[in-house]
Design a binder for this molecule. Structure first.
Ligand SMILES: [Zn+2]
Length: 135
């Protein structure tokens, strides 16, 4: 989509932003947060059936932020913030998992010796404590 087309789409949407809450971004959702309005318009033109495009494009509108209840906007911001924190937490989980996998490999021999010492008469075969049932 050219800059001129983007400007026209935003003008049609009566807003100067490319993101925000919008009506009918998807056919089965009344209002939702849109991160890239012009890209969604381009996607509708590129991928949606020709017979649906006129209606989709006519109804898909960014909602002026000053028309929305502040609490509604705040709720969305809190949701975004929670996701950002979750993403950060998952990055920490991934890092810790990698460290743990590295430690398991590094200490496998030591752990095996400790197991033999502390777990006498153990049927553990390296995969299960029920080696006969497994076969
Ligand atoms: Zn054991």
């Amino acid at each position: 989509m050219s800059e001129q087309e983007k400007a026209e789409e935003l003008e049609r949407a009566s807003v100067d932003k490319n993101s925000g809450f919008a009506f009918h971004c998807h056919h089965d959702v009344l209002a939702e947060y849109v991160t890239d309005y012009t890209e969604r318009v381009a996607y509708i033109k590129r991928c949606k059936p020709k017979s649906e495009q006129e209606l989709r494009l006519r109804l898909f509108r960014l909602i002026p932020e000053d028309r929305l209840p502040p609490e509604y906007i705040k709720a969305r911001a809190e949701y975004d913030k929670a996701w950002a924190e979750a993403d950060k937490a998952w990055a920490e989980v991934d890092k810790a998992r990698a460290e743990y996998i590295k430690a398991r490999a590094e200490y496998a021999t030591q752990l095996g010796a400790l197991h033999r010492e502390l777990c006498p008469n153990c049927p553990w075969d390296g995969k299960t404590i029920f080696p006969m049932e497994d076969k």
